[in-house]
Ligand binder design. Structure first.
Ligand code: SAH
Length: 194
């Protein structure tokens, strides 16, 4: 598939993700935060995600700077990338809908926070991170560039590894036995596997 088409498809995916998030982000504006764990490390994590999933891919989409790292991908990987991005966006939407006001970009607990265990949260505890992982896989399959294609996966892996235990610890402190039981009934990212 030609590079321009792939760049347009990737851009459409990113624009759709922004549109999906807008109404849910608005809903959380009035939240009163009772536990905020926005540490400097958390801020670095968010910056890393921004660089790997937006800054580098869009540098490649909009300018020739990264062209020295281009390579060729067969068409079937591009089609697989589109399918993966579509599933990622569907899951991104479902997780926002299930979490509702309990969503936050950093680790926080709001007044009246409830533990969501239904919908896509019934079998996995971190389906939003699954959707981000699928996005990063799609990015690698759609953008044939060593830097812009793989930066998402690298930044996600680092961000996930530094955040996941802290997030579960925060939820455990907030919900106690209810979260412990929920942990035993679910896996983190991939249903029934891990
Ligand atoms: N890790 C989750 C949510 C990401 S948004 C996922 O990947 O789907 C991050 C916020 O969601 C955290 O601040 C935490 O307070 C909240 N959160 C995570 N899991 C939750 C759950 N099961 N129920 C309610 N809130 C949850």
């Amino acid at each position: 598939m030609n590079t321009l088409t792939l760049k347009i498809i990737f851009t459409i995916g990113v624009v759709l993700s922004v549109i999906i998030r807008i109404p849910y982000q608005r809903e959380t504006r009035k939240n009163i935060i009772i536990d905020d764990r926005k540490t400097p490390e958390e801020k670095i994590t968010l910056l890393l995600i921004f660089v790997g999933m937006l800054l580098l891919p869009f540098s490649y989409v909009l300018s020739p700077w990264l062209n020295f790292a281009n390579y060729h991908l067969p068409i079937w990987t591009n089609i697989l990338g589109m399918l993966t991005f579509a599933i990622a966006l569907w899951l991104f939407w479902r997780t926002h809908d299930d979490l509702g006001k309990n969503w936050s970009p950093t680790l926080q607990i709001r007044e009246g926070h409830t533990l969501v265990k239904y919908g896509v949260y019934r079998v996995i505890r971190h389906p939003m991170y699954t959707s981000v992982l699928l996005w990063c896989i799609a990015q690698a399959l759609l953008l044939p560039n060593w830097i812009a294609g793989l930066s998402g996966l690298v930044s996600f892996t680092i961000a996930y590894a530094t955040r996941i235990d802290k997030e579960e610890q925060m939820l455990l402190e907030q919900f106690g036995d209810e979260y412990e039981t929920y942990k035993q009934q679910t896996t983190r990212l991939v249903p029934y596997l891990f």
